[in-house]
Design a protein around this ligand. Structure first.
Ligand code: FEO
Length: 176
């Protein structure tokens, strides 16, 4: 059967977005692994925070998937790498989160550069949503790290931060 063929993306851009789709799914997987680790350590607030982040990353992946479908691409899903099951202290897990988000920001900036170079304004527009989202994500995680650095190993302080993390509101339907 002849399939719908109206691809509006260049092949390199389609491949790059497929890779980014994979990175977003990996992000979801990473946060789920972090949540599992924190649950095991009885930091239930942090575990809940990571669980919500897992859901948010899933929405991000779906946003790219839907865009590829709308642009007429035949989406090919790539293998998702297995994240670590060890993340150290609660501070270290958020430091790992920040490092991961900074890496994602670099990827999205490079993709935006590519879209501009190709004069692909639709993709550039999509990517700007992600670029703006990264600013918020890095700021949020940076704020959590600052609090954890302040309380250091103080048990009461850690409990307070963990409780606060557990009150994170559910992810918005648009993944913001
Ligand atoms: Fe998909 Fe953590 O940004």
């Amino acid at each position: 059967m002849r399939v719908l063929e109206y691809l509006l993306l260049s092949d390199p851009m389609k491949d790059a977005l497929s890779e980014q789709l994979n990175h977003e799914f990996y992000s979801a997987y990473l946060y789920l692994a972090m949540s599992a680790y924190r649950s095991h350590e009885n930091f239930n607030g942090a575990a809940q925070w990571m669980q919500l982040q897992y859901e948010e990353e899933h929405v991000h992946a779906t946003k790219i998937y839907d865009y590829l479908v709308d642009q007429g691409a035949h989406v090919k899903l790539l293998r998702i790498a297995a994240p670590s099951d060890q993340y150290g202290s609660i501070l270290e897990v958020f430091q790992a989160s920040l490092a991961h988000e900074q890496e994602m920001t670099n990827r999205l900036n490079e993709l935006s550069d590519r879209a501009l170079k190709e004069k692909d304004h639709a993709t550039y527009n999509l990517l700007q949503w992600f670029v703006n989202e990264q600013v918020e994500e890095e700021a949020t995680v940076g704020g959590i790290i600052a609090k954890l650095q302040l309380v250091k190993d103080d048990g009461y302080g850690l409990l307070m931060v963990d409780n606060e993390l557990g009150s994170r509101p559910a992810a918005q339907p648009d993944g913001a």
